[in-house]
Design a binder for this molecule. Structure first.
Ligand code: ADP
Length: 786
């Protein structure tokens, strides 16, 4: 919108400026030249008016006598013409003086006998006084019409128009037509209060051509009686001088080669123009202004659309088009469309548009350089707090490796110093001219490329696999580590499918949705690769809202170690349990059959207690090892929650009672059901409840809550116990992790209970977490999907 207003204002300004300029003499001259050019281009036309010229030409002067001729000759010409029955006779000669009385009379007789005669009045100036030279009294008979023959050439000496009325007289051409009984289509005279009032108006002559376009009859032929009987019939006969060298000769638009046209021929052209209604219409200044405005606006629009070479071509081409339009209007509509102001508009507006653009680009460039120099500066690098060379020398004993490090360091240092100097020199330069700007752009460009290749090198040197996808699922980057994977494709398909083809796992599309919608990372350890031999810890993270990155860390070794460890642990546990069972069995028997005495019984009691503890440890461990190894199948069923909770409360009740702890279950479960492995969940919840009792002081309360909502079933076990500091809340779920506080040490345990709970939750697709405050209590939350 702002652009549009600016374009309209700018084009208006240019249009007005050019119009004002076009009123300047030089420009007016150009305009006239263009007018003449267009008229010539429009070409000659075949005259249609019944006009014929009786020409007093060189030959007549040579044959009859030099000018002036005696009036009786003129009288004879009038008589001869009249005898041919013309419509009117118009004499373009000044007859204001008196000559030989007899000759004058013969002319006045001839005129009085003629049906319609038009004589000429000429405006002359003597001593700065204007006066009309009219035919003498004798000739001014009632039937005679008078027309002014005053020429009105433009300041360049070219006659382009006549004025319809001057002083008391209509133009000679108008009177000649009226004398022939023809009325021009336009009114140049109106009646006001019974008097005729002349309307002086310019009439632009549509010249039919150059000299001799109209039929000429030499005057000597008329005098000699050599003309035909029908030569003058129904014609408007103009009698005048055409001989070269007479004063009444003028330049016309057709006078291309400096040849002038006699006044009488100009009258013939004016008569033709009025007769055929072909006066050239000139567009008004307002129309020109409006079209100029529109044209400049069009140039601006074109410049916006087709910047550069196409615009120049269009602008240059519009020049000939304008000339062609002007020619068309002149030829077929007799309208003068002044094209020079439009050409001027092209000449001024095109460079002006370029300059404006240049200024704007320059300003933008300044701003951009300023912004860039803020972002990519030489001085933003963190300065070193130590002498790097010294450090390397003291940290590494002399060796080829140390020398290589030093060489690389020196190289890097000299490069950064060079860059810094370059930046400093650039910024210090006093003149920020166009050359400087280009240098600055080059510098920033280099810096950006350097920065990009640095980043690329970082990504390329990472051992982990990195695959980046845009939100459309198009893979936009894969680092070189990806190439080593089975299933690698240079032009990968839909990213989630591609991930599935790299890894032995489905469901990446759902991960994409989660990552993009919640802007959270999804991670999974030990995902098998396509080849089945390698295992990866993968994470899928959002890159803001513009993409997703999959990173895969090869964890095959760790995975193998885990498998081996688990195998070994369960193997060892099995092997341990067998002798343990015998130890317990035989100890029990020794006690039962009273086979040992006093102190021995006490020792046996300790053996039995310790072997029970060991058995407990092995059992807990096996539980986890089993479930982790995947050998323990999770059998999910729908079961009611209330009886399970009742069981738990029954088991935990006595332990709680010992410490005076109140156990509170949910008030009303209304036949609420869970879908999962009943035994595993029972055991997990029991672990949470017994922990709550274990790690709470006496006479407190442990509450168990069940919430069903949001597609999840949530169990909360809240106590008023010792609490867990925030930094340890994630560690307590690790295997064998026990807190080191006094309260924990007083309780027996192996640090396996919570890792079992975590594993059970994970196997159900849920999770366990804790909210705790030291000294106030904790809330453990276990949830599983419904
Ligand atoms: P343990 O056999 O030691 O109970 P767990 O895995 O069940 O092993 O728990 C790990 C550690 O977490 C415990 O040693 C204890 O310090 C802490 N803990 C567990 N439950 C609670 C609780 N409700 N309140 C305070 N500390 C707890």
């Amino acid at each position: 919108m702002k652009h549009a207003v600016r374009a309209v204002a700018a084009s208006g300004f240019v249009a007005v400026a050019i119009l004002l300029l076009s009123w300047n003499t030089y420009f007016a001259q150009l305009n006239y030249a263009a007018y003449d050019f267009t008229l010539r281009l429009a070409g000659s036309i075949e005259p249609t008016s019944p006009t014929i010229i009786v020409a007093i030409d060189e030959e007549s002067l040579a044959r009859i006598s030099a000018w002036p001729w005696s009036r009786d000759k003129l009288a004879k010409i009038v008589e001869r013409v009249e005898s041919g029955n013309p419509k009117s006779i118009a004499i373009d000669l000044i007859l204001d003086d008196r000559t030989n009385e007899e000759h004058d009379r013969s002319l006045s007789d001839a005129i009085s006998k003629a049906r319609s005669v038009v004589l000429s009045a000429h405006l002359d100036t003597v001593d700065n006084e204007n006066y009309w030279r009219k035919p003498n009294e004798d000739l001014l008979q009632p039937s005679v019409r008078l027309g002014h023959v005053h020429a009105d050439p433009d300041f360049d000496g070219i006659t382009r128009r006549i004025i319809s009325a001057k002083g008391p007289f209509s133009a000679f051409a108008i009177e000649a037509l009226r004398g022939a009984g023809i009325r021009p289509s336009e009114e140049y005279e109106i009646r006001i209060d019974q008097a005729n009032v002349l309307l002086p108006r310019p009439i632009n002559i549509r010249y039919a051509g150059d000299n001799r376009t109209f039929t000429h009859v030499p005057a000597w032929k008329v005098l000699d009686g050599q003309t035909g009987a029908n030569d003058f019939k129904d014609k408007i006969v103009l009698i005048g001088m055409t001989a070269q060298g007479i004063p009444d000769q003028w330049f016309t638009p057709f006078a291309e080669f400096g040849q002038r046209m006699s006044g009488v021929e100009i009258h013939a052209n004016a008569i033709e123009t009025l007769y055929a209604d072909r006066a050239i219409f000139e567009t008004s200044d307002l129309t020109t202004l409006a079209s100029l405005w529109l044209f400049v606006a069009l140039l601006i629009v074109m410049d916006r659309r087709f910047e550069g070479r196409r615009f120049y071509a269009a602008a240059v081409l519009s020049g000939p088009l304008l000339v062609a339009l002007s020619w068309l209007l002149m030829k077929y509509f007799n309208v003068w469309f002044p094209f020079p102001p439009f050409l001027a508009a092209i000449v001024f507006a095109v460079p002006a548009l370029e300059v404006t653009k240049l200024v704007r680009v320059n300003r933008d460039l300044d701003k951009k350089i300023e912004k860039l120099s803020g972002q990519i500066g030489g001085g933003h690098e963190r300065s070193l707090q130590w002498d790097a060379r010294e450090r390397i020398l003291s940290a590494v004993p002399a060796s080829p490796e140390r020398d290589a490090w030093l060489a690389i360091f020196d190289d890097h240092r000299s490069q950064s110093t060079h860059k810094k100097t370059q930046h400093k020199n650039l910024m210090r330069s006093p003149r920020h001219n166009a050359r400087w700007k280009l240098d600055a752009v080059d510098y920033f460009n280099e810096e950006l490329v350097r920065f990009l290749s640095f980043n690329n090198a970082i990504l390329a040197s990472i051992e982990d696999v990195i695959v980046v996808s845009d939100p459309a699922g198009r893979v936009v980057y894969q680092n070189p580590a990806t190439k080593r994977l089975e299933g690698y494709r240079e032009d990968p398909p839909f990213a989630p499918d591609y991930f599935s083809s790299l890894l032995n796992r489905a469901g990446f599309a759902a991960d994409f949705a989660k990552v993009l919608s919640q802007q959270e990372t999804v991670s999974e350890p030990f995902v098998a690769a396509k080849n089945g031999r390698d295992f990866f810890n993968i994470s899928i993270s959002p890159i803001s809202r513009i993409g997703v990155v999959l990173s895969m860390h090869n964890a095959t070794a760790q995975h193998e170690l885990n498998v081996a460890k688990n195998d070994m642990v369960s193997l060892v546990s099995h092997e341990l349990r067998t002798p343990l069972t015998s130890i317990r069995g035989y100890s029990d028997m020794l006690l039962k059959y009273n086979l040992v005495q006093d102190k021995g019984k006490e020792f046996l009691g300790t053996i039995i207690d310790e072997s029970a503890r060991l058995n407990q440890l092995i059992q807990s461990f096996l539980d986890i090892a089993y479930i982790e190894s995947g050998r323990q199948k999770v059998t999910k069923t729908d079961f009611e929650i209330a009886p399970v909770l009742k069981d738990i409360l029954n088991v935990a009740g006595p332990v709680a009672a010992e410490k005076g702890i109140t156990l509170e279950g949910p008030a009303n479960l209304d036949g609420m059901c869970a879908f999962g492995d009943r035994l595993l969940l029972n055991q997990a919840l029991t672990n949470l409840v017994t922990n709550a009792i274990k790690y709470s002081p006496i006479h407190t309360t442990v509450r168990i809550g069940v919430v069903n909502g949001g597609g999840r079933l949530r169990f909360d076990v809240a106590d008023q116990g010792f609490g867990i500091p925030t930094e340890e809340t994630s560690k307590i779920f690790e295997k064998f992790y026990r807190r080191g506080n006094k309260e924990t040490r007083q309780q027996s345990g192996f640090g396996l209970g919570l890792s079992f709970v975590k594993e059970v939750a994970a196997r159900h697709g849920g999770d366990v977490s804790v909210q705790s405050e030291v000294g106030k209590g904790s809330v453990f939350t276990l949830w599983i999907p419904l």
